[in-house]
Design a binder for this molecule. Sequence first.
Ligand code: SF4
Length: 370
Amino acid sequence: MVESRREAGAARAQDWGDLSDSDFPDFSELGDIEELGNQPDSLSQNPKKQVNSPESWKRKRRADASTPMEKFHLGCLWVTDLSAQSWCEQQMVYGKELPGFQSEEKTAVLSAGASIHLARELELHDLVNVHISTKEDAWAVKLLNILSMVPILQSGGTIREFPVFGEVEGVFLVGIIDELHYTSKGELELAELKTRKRPMMPLEAQKEKDRFQVSLYKCIFDAMVRGQVTSASLVRHMKLSPERLLGPPVQRHAQQGGFTVKSFGDLLDLTFLSLSLSDLPVIDALKIEYSHQETDSLLGTVMVVFEEEQVRDKLRHHLDYWTGLREPQGVDVKEAWKCRMCDYAAVCTWRQNGGTRMLTEEQHAKKMAK
Ligand code: SF4
């Protein structure tokens, strides 16, 4: 097996929100959660949770006309959004509706985690900033990164920050895999690094969220190397124009990587050809490493068993919200402790209503009469 080597300049699009999926808060450590399970909470005080019926939601949706994907102008979903959704769907929605609400503590944890990921990325390759002018330019940068990393993986090397995308269960998903490498047994292993502010392993709820995240990466990566992701699907979902000429900085960057391309379509063809000829294997193993931010010491490693059916069931449930089939839900009574570390606790209607989004008129009348 070939040692990992430095890539000649993976690119990062300037002005493009290329947040690594790894740069995501580890919610479970943003509060003293060991003590939270025993404390009363508005959800646990009202365990008779009643969610509006799917029918009433559908009626409301018909009145609203647009699905959440349309409302938030999303052509795709980030794996991190789905992962956040599995923590608390309502919280993820508030994050979109009320950006800038994030606590300073969470922002600091995020920023420390992002710096560690960046340092690890720089161990393997330099970063080059490429000026972009269009969304085709932005996607071109992703495709050029893929083109530069595929040969390294083919020759047994290690790659970091590998972009993945593709249609899964009818919705276009995008993400960035932290690291791919081969084990001593020759298996292709995905390694996801989670940094933690406190020197202890996360609770099960956080681990569950992380398992879902890496399992989604495997679904998307495997579909890419099996030829199940098509350029037509990328163009359709992201509303891209293959005939659009790439900006001069992107063309120059491509040239430096040995690719002569003029239009976005040229690069699309090249990338999908490279993927189909690469003969890359599917991911064999999923590993999550938890490390302490301050000391950079390893806290523990979790090997994830990929259970495709469960992952797809959960994904479909999440997508039902995005495609307008149901309303968002907050946490269940048994997970009410999550509300205590939530930036939106003061405004959350789910929490205020004791685990329901809206009270029925009858319930409301009863509440007022008390
Ligand atoms: S307060 Fe609780 S239910 Fe509401 S968004 Fe936050 S975690 Fe979710």
